[in-house]
Design a protein around this ligand. Structure first.
Ligand code: DGL
Length: 266
């Protein structure tokens, strides 16, 4: 028996393609159905109540499109809506926060762990709640970095301005002597070179898109792996398709892909 369903991945917009990329690295023929809520993005500025509602609509959309497991790629949604989705839906749900907590607790030597993310993620306090459960000696230091998402979407991945902003965001975390940093947002893996440079060699980086993809791979392997598939079997939906969307997606995925515009209510 092989896994015959689809891996449903959702995000507030195009950032979740960082997760799609990692899933495809580990499972090259993975059958993926993606939903990016580009009409209602960003999620990082929204309240937990709204994020729960949006996340449920997004997940239900994927289920209608044939998803048999759900991956919450969006950190803001994962931070605020995972328990809610698990209560509402009888499907396996994977998300970016828990595997990142586990990896950070494993990697850190001094127990000082830094988290960067959107305001919604940081305000949710999810890392401050989960990390001490895993490691009682750990201390969590957080910093919202709201300017980084637009910089990535503009393609300013290595510019002087981006380097300055990253340095400024990381400074208070470095002053706390963190030795591990979680990139708690879909967009930050694209800034990894600059973040690594500004964080310095001493700080280990946790990339949630990689961590959640390992869990998805384990699950699919336990289900017997996937049979044959092709890129043509993937379906990538977005709720709005402004002109520049394909270009931004290319930045995440390294290639142009066809996007279909459809909303959960269509
Ligand atoms: N996908 C969001 C996240 O990972 C970032 C973009 C947004 O704010 O919607 O939190």
């Amino acid at each position: 028996m092989t896994f015959s369903g689809k891996i449903g991945i959702f995000d507030s917009g195009v950032g979740g393609f960082s997760v799609v990329k990692e899933v495809l690295k580990l499972i090259p023929n993975a059958p993926i159905v993606y939903f990016g809520d580009t009409a209602r993005t960003p999620y990082g500025t929204k309240s937990p109540e709204i994020l729960k509602r949006y996340a449920l609509e997004d997940a239900n959309f994927l289920i209608k499109k044939g998803a048999s497991i759900i991956v919450i790629a969006c950190h803001s949604a994962a931070s605020c809506a995972t328990d809610f989705l698990r209560e509402k839906l009888d499907y396996p749900i994977f998300e970016v926060v828990t595997p990142s907590v586990n990896e950070a607790c494993k990697l850190s030597k001094n127990g000082k762990i830094g988290i960067i993310g959107t305001r919604a993620t940081i305000i949710s306090g999810i890392y401050e709640r989960l990390i001490p459960l895993k490691r009682s000696d750990a201390k969590v230091f957080q910093r919202p970095c709201p300017l980084l998402v637009p910089l990535v979407e503009e393609g300013w991945l290595k510019s002087r301005e981006t380097r300055m902003i990253v340095r400024k965001y990381l400074r208070p975390l470095k002053e706390k002597q963190i030795d591990t940093l979680v990139l708690g947002c879909t967009h930050y893996p694209l800034l990894k070179p600059v973040i690594k440079e500004k964080a310095g060699k001493r700080i280990k980086i946790v990339d949630p898109s990689k961590e959640v993809s390992k869990l998805v791979k384990n699950y699919i392997d336990k289900e017997g792996g996937v049979s044959t598939s092709s890129f043509a079997q993937h379906e990538f939906f977005v709720s709005d398709l402004p002109a520049h969307t394909t270009e931004i997606v290319k930045r995440f995925l390294g290639k142009k892909i066809p996007l279909k515009k459809e909303t959960p209510k269509d």
